[in-house]
Design a protein around this ligand. Structure first.
Ligand code: ACM
Length: 266
């Protein structure tokens, strides 16, 4: 076996209160025994922006900005890897990004490839490509929320060797938690979806209700843990990472070797 303690933090951030949300998270980590913890998309900024100026003012450079620096400090202090969504600023452009940080420093970042709904008004579609990072016990791939709607993303990460799909989210579509069972099953991969709870209705916009149900799914499509719809939750479970490395379906079929890529339109 290759056991590892992994989890999600299902949070309830207050829009725009980055420092306060970060400090609440820091307090929540006290005594938590975990090696890899995934947080939601835009975990400390909030999600429902009303203007480009607002996005620009809440976006930060990676890795130089305060959120990444604070997460680096927490990762070192608690000896765990963190995957955290945040708005990234590069010049006048903003990306819906996620960082990977660990006890020995900054690991990498990912810019959301498939923007959802009004994100298309404020963010630049991600140009980072899809990446898998070896963090010691596991190779992790990062995808952000609506990227789940494109099974090519999960597949690409698994073809690159991902054992665990880390999936920061701000889910509003009710079909995602069940769909991630299929993403895990069809790729023989663990998935860790970290969603938020609560509602935002800013600037007179129709309210967005975030659906919770953060979850850990096994490579055989079993729900190992699923959080409630409307409550904060920090969950840690021990998995055997090697379960994601056995791609044999039966004595005749191997998940990846049996692919017929020449039949597929890219
Ligand atoms: C989403 O991509 N935040 C639904």
């Amino acid at each position: 076996g290759n056991n590892m303690k992994v989890g999600y933090f299902q949070s309830h951030p207050e829009f725009g209160e980055v420092e306060k949300n970060l400090e609440q998270f820091a307090l929540r980590l006290t005594g938590v025994d975990c090696e890899l913890l995934v947080l939601p998309e835009l975990a400390f900024s909030g999600y429902q922006f009303v203007s480009q100026d607002e996005v620009l003012s809440l976006s930060e450079p990676i890795p130089g900005g305060p959120t990444t620096q604070r997460c680096l400090d927490l990762a070192r202090r608690h000896g765990m890897h963190l995957v955290v969504g945040l708005p990234e600023r590069e010049g006048e452009r903003c990306y819906n990004s996620a960082i990977v940080v660990g006890p020995s420093g900054f690991v990498g970042s990912y810019r959301k490839s498939h923007l959802f709904f009004e994100e298309t008004l404020f963010f630049t579609p991600g140009d980072s490509g899809l990446h898998v990072w070896d963090i010691g016990k596991a190779r992790i791939g990062v995808m952000i929320c609506f990227d789940w709607y494109y099974p090519e993303v999960a597949r690409t990460l698994v073809l690159q060797g991902a054992d665990i799909l880390c999936h920061p989210s701000n889910l509003v579509l009710s079909s995602c938690p069940d769909a991630m069972i299929t993403r895990s099953l069809e790729n023989r991969v663990f998935s860790l979806t970290a969603n938020r709870v609560g509602q935002e209705a800013r600037g007179g916009k129709p309210p967005l209700t975030y659906i919770g149900q953060s979850e850990l799914i096994s490579p055989r499509g079993k729900i190992l843990s699923r959080a409630p719809l409307d409550k904060e939750e920090l969950m840690v479970l021990e998995i055997d990472v090697n379960e994601a490395r056995d791609k044999s379906i039966n004595s005749y079929n191997d998940l990846l070797k049996d692919r017929r890529p020449h039949l597929y339109t890219s």
